[in-house]
Design a protein around this ligand. Structure first.
Ligand SMILES: NC(=O)c1ccc[n+]([C@@H]2O[C@H](COP(=O)([O-])OP(=O)(O)OC[C@H]3O[C@@H](n4cnc5c(N)ncnc54)[C@H](OP(=O)(O)O)[C@@H]3O)[C@@H](O)[C@H]2O)c1
Length: 256
């Protein structure tokens, strides 16, 4: 299996669930990145204890406070990351933070739609805008041909529930705000791929499967370990032919 060669990685929502497992497996992988910026809303709080324990054992793991629904927090985090990188670029931005509410067409309201869009779609948009100079720097400093996660990439953790074509298969769970926000994230990924490709930045949306986390519940199909192993085996094989697509944790393309 190809190994991920990204030297600098930033993740959102890394204090629990898929984000935390990504951090753990990146640290334990065959080629751990030189820097992992694990961001979360409250690095000092009880929900980040496991992340703090990891950071105490791994000097390449840096915890950064970041609420993706807060534009000024994104700007503040970017300054901290830029300082740490000390002239180097950011190879891999993983927009993982997400929220999910059990609402139907009957029960959803304006506040819930806006709240979910802010985190699931607007957050990843602003993250990419803000970290773009560091991603561009990584692409410019790379001698690799083509697009790859080792060079410079934006990975948006999306879901099959944002696929319009696949909606009838899972509509027993309407989750309207989640579906619409992730369909917007899928569109964002395509627009980012068409725009940032020229600068050498790969842009892909990944569906992690239905995963046993707080969001996925214990009824889900996959353990977080299996899902993240899958995601981390897909990342190293991504190239320009995948940019702008939605793929699952096994690397299979999901129709929009
Ligand atoms: N689990 C599944 O079955 C499944 C399926 C498809 C896609 N996904 C996607 O995978 C990603 C991770 O999901 P998960 O299952 O790991 O969910 P989770 O266990 O509920 O964890 C969500 C993470 O996102 C963070 N977060 C939420 N809002 C945030 C904000 N405004 N700013 C920063 N961080 C924020 C949470 O931090 P706090 O602790 O501060 O709340 C937490 O770290 C999501 O994008 C989700 O849509 C999951």
């Amino acid at each position: 299996m190809a190994a991920l060669r990204a030297r600098t990685v930033l993740l959102t929502g890394s204090n629990r669930g898929i984000g935390l497992e990504l951090v753990k497996q990146l640290l334990g992988g065959p080629r751990p990145p030189a820097w992992i910026f694990a961001t979360c809303r409250d690095p000092e709080g009880p929900r980040a204890q496991e992340l703090r324990d990891l950071a105490s054992r791994h000097p390449n793991l840096v915890l950064v406070k970041l609420d993706v629904a807060n534009p000024s927090a994104i700007a503040d985090a970017a300054k901290i990351v830029e300082g740490k990188l000390n002239g180097a670029g950011l190879n891999l931005l993983i927009n993982n933070a997400g929220i999910y509410a059990q609402v139907s067409l009957e029960t959803v309201d304006s506040d819930e739609m806006i709240r979910t869009y802010k985190t699931n779609a607007v957050g990843p948009l602003l993250m990419a805008q803000t970290f773009l100079p560091l991603l561009k720097k990584a692409a410019q400093n790379s001698t690799e041909k083509g697009l790859s996660c080792s060079k410079a990439a934006i990975i948006n953790i999306s879901t099959v529930m944002g696929s319009i074509e696949k909606t009838p298969e899972s509509f027993c769970k309407p989750v309207i705000s989640y579906r619409c926000s992730k369909a917007a994230l899928n569109m964002l990924t395509k627009c980012q791929a068409l725009t940032y490709g020229e600068a050498g930045i790969l842009c892909v949306a990944l569906h992690p499967g239905w995963v046993k986390t707080d969001m996925g519940t214990q009824e889900a199909d996959l353990t977080v370990d299996t899902s993240v192993r899958g995601l981390l085996s897909v990342l190293p094989v991504l190239s320009e032919k995948h940019s702008g697509n939605l793929l699952n944790w096994e690397g299979k393309v999901i129709p929009w």
